[in-house]
Write a protein that binds this ligand. Sequence first.
Ligand code: FAD
Ligand code: DHB
Length: 389
Amino acid sequence: MQTQVVIVGGGPSGLLLSQLLHVRGIDSIVLERKTKDYVLGRIRAGVLEQGLLGLMAEAGVDARMKAEGLRHDGTLISYGDETFRIDFAKLTGTPVMVYGQTEVTRDLYAAREAADGVIEFNVENVAIHGADTDTPSVTYEVGGDARRIDCDFVAGCDGFHGVSRQTIPLDLRTEYEKVYPFGWLGILSETPPVSHELIYANSERGFALCSMRNDNLSRYYIQCSMSDRPKDWTDEAFWQELKRRIPRDRAEQLVTGPSIEKSIAPLRSFVTEPMRWGRLFLCGDAAHIVPPTGAKGLNTAASDVHYLYTGLRQFYETGNSEGIDSYSDRALARVWKAERFSWWFSSLMHRYPDQSPFDLRMQQAELAFLRSNAAAQQAMAENYVGLPY
Ligand code: FAD
Ligand code: DHB
């Protein structure tokens, strides 16, 4: 087989890139290790920046998001029983959109299928060959059948545990990592959200987040121990703990119900440099991970897709390789800023096992400063709604 771009990974990065390239007449084949249902069953991101919304529009997949997404003009931050609001609309003129990653992915699959795009599911043993030559290829197996695709470029959109990053020789990449000493336990429940806007809560029992997917679907998270497993937490224990971490008036209003999904995510900051080796480009979680505080993971994956798509388009339309040559530098410049914001917001909101009384006072002082200082709120808001591409 032959195509212009092989895309390894059928998560949001890979599908978005494939659909954007398709709109510009550039062919791709997407290789996904799991089934479509498995990918759609992973409950992850919920908050989308304008940059991603713009890419969805350009890809022609924004109709349902525009109709069903929830526009949020601000967010609430609480500590103990105190709450304050960061007004994105007033500070930046830009809202964010609450629309689940599963819905983005569903819309992208529908668009790829409508355009007869090729997505191979259940692929095994994907291997990338000749990435540092002008004639790369990708081999894989489906149901024991060995296949090979010759291509111009390979996009590694296969997430943190994928094969693409590992294909780049160790002596050519540098990895930066910070593992946080806690996780997030998340549940989805068919209950009305406790607040119209998200609540990021710092409490003496640890962090909590109140989010949503729609008017009758709530998403809540609590900081948990790294050794906890979802089955250790009954729904009742989860609700009790959440109530103890959010302001009392909210806890009294909280509507509880059975969870329809429960999972634990570890928290990690990770970046690999560079994000390109020859004709192989890394995109999204394949190249970097942020802790989820601040909702930057999917949005940063989207900015990578923007830079890569722009570079590939320039190459195919004009023969100029400037965009693909500068891909890694341009993507990483924005990635590191998202890393900084996610690290800062995580540090501000969580309880750390080795936190000293001094460290706690620093958190409190920083929260008080953010509450009262317009410049601090401006910086927070600009980062939360997304820095320009
Ligand atoms: P992935 O979604 O990981 O997709 C990679 C795909 O590649 C997968 O489908 C995988 O099956 C496939 N794959 C892997 N290996 C191979 C292989 N060898 N061959 C073929 N296919 C392979 N981000 C936000 O922006 N906002 C949020 O609110 C937010 N909340 C989050 C909450 C949680 C609990 C978690 C866990 C994450 C959250 N994120 C959030 C992060 C966001 O979900 C990720 O950044 C996003 O999924 C990255 O997309 P991706 O396509 O790069 O990678
Ligand atoms: C959600 C996840 C996040 O990490 C975040 O910062 C905001 C919202 C969510 O899943 O809704």
